[in-house]
Design a protein around this ligand. Structure first.
Ligand code: DGY
Length: 322
């Protein structure tokens, strides 16, 4: 009988994913759905593991790698992997996989939900009704900003960014994007034009951030960038919080430029009810739920399981992080 490789999973995943893992591996897991694994449990958990399936809430650094002498594969149930020390993995020849593609459309939907909600003051309106403050209709009551027919600027036009741009076509928008370098396919397929970052910020009515967090992109949005944006513009971030200098965003929103923001990600998550962003009327906040539809989260979990099984059995998977 074939010996099943021991693996450790840092959270109880949806049943279909656990079933795939159990069929091919000897599985140990942190038996919680909501709470991240404590550090000492993680270090203990990986001690005998050849494979590790982790989430964005787990810091996988040199200490974890050192605690896992047999580890040869790490699979993250996410597209982003900035919580993983890739140099420490590479030094040991450990393969990393992620779960792109399956969450693209779901995350693009949330970017649009935030964009429209921020532009049209959806949450502010809801709260006003809740407080019993809805007075008689008047011409300038709760007026917001139009999105249809305006300019959409996407920063980081990878898979999710392109899906955001594609939706912009249905809204009759002119599309521009910023990447490290221009991508001719985006002009051909979406009619989206490349812009240097500062030009994109100055030209866009809606700026949507979908760039990965790297040493290069950390803190790329601060006072200087917000000052370039149009007074009526909307800023949306569904990527990673540390791309934005959050205190400078709060100051910029207080001063009214950008006009409003929709944010799914924050510098330190989770944020509490005393966070300064919550004191502002012109923000819509969600708790890092870009990929959180039932179907997508199950697909992400099963893909993460399939990736880990593939690497441990020496089979190819297209989701190896280069
Ligand atoms: C990701 O996949 O990187 C998201 O942030 C979590 O779904």
């Amino acid at each position: 009988m074939k010996i099943k490789p021991p693996i450790f999973v840092t959270r109880r995943l949806p049943d279909p994913a656990m079933a795939i893992l159990a069929e091919h591996c000897t599985v140990s897991w942190w038996d919680q759905v909501e709470m991240p694994i404590p550090r000492d449990e993680l270090l203990r958990g990986v001690a005998a593991a050849e494979g590790l399936l982790c989430l964005i809430t787990d810091r996988i650094d040199a200490e974890v790698i050192a605690a896992a002498p047999r580890l040869c594969a790490v699979s993250i149930m996410a597209v982003g992997y900035d919580n993983i020390d890739r140099a420490a993995l590479a030094a040991r020849g450990i393969t990393l996989t992620n779960t792109p593609d399956v969450l693209t459309e779901t995350t693009a939907d949330l970017a649009w939900a935030l964009l429209l909600a921020a532009a049209r003051r959806v949450v502010e309106g809801h709260k006003l009704i809740e407080r019993g403050e809805w007075g008689p209709w008047h011409p300038l009551q709760m007026v917001g900003q139009d999105i249809y027919g305006r300019v959409l600027g996407v920063v980081g036009a990878g898979r999710i960014g392109q899906a955001v741009l594609r939706r912009g076509r249905g809204f009759g928008m002119r599309l521009i994007y910023h990447n490290r370098r221009p991508n001719p396919i985006l002009a051909a397929e979406l009619g989206a034009e490349y812009r240097p970052l500062n030009d994109l910020l100055a030209e866009s009515d809606a700026v949507v951030v979908t760039a990965p967090l790297t040493d290069e992109t950390r803190g790329m949005f601060g006072s200087a960038q917000f000052a370039l944006m149009k007074p009526a513009s909307i800023f949306v971030n569904v990527a990673r919080g540390p791309l934005v200098r959050e205190d400078e965003l709060v100051a910029a929103l207080r001063a009214g430029r950008p006009w409003a923001a929709g944010l799914d990600v924050f510098d330190r998550e989770p944020i509490g009810p005393d966070h300064p962003l919550l004191a502002l009327p012109n923000v819509v906040l969600t708790p890092h739920i870009g990929s959180a539809s039932v179907a997508t989260r199950v697909r992400m979990a099963t893909l993460a399981a399939e990736n880990l099984v593939a690497v441990l059995s020496g089979r190819a998977t297209p989701h190896i992080v280069k």
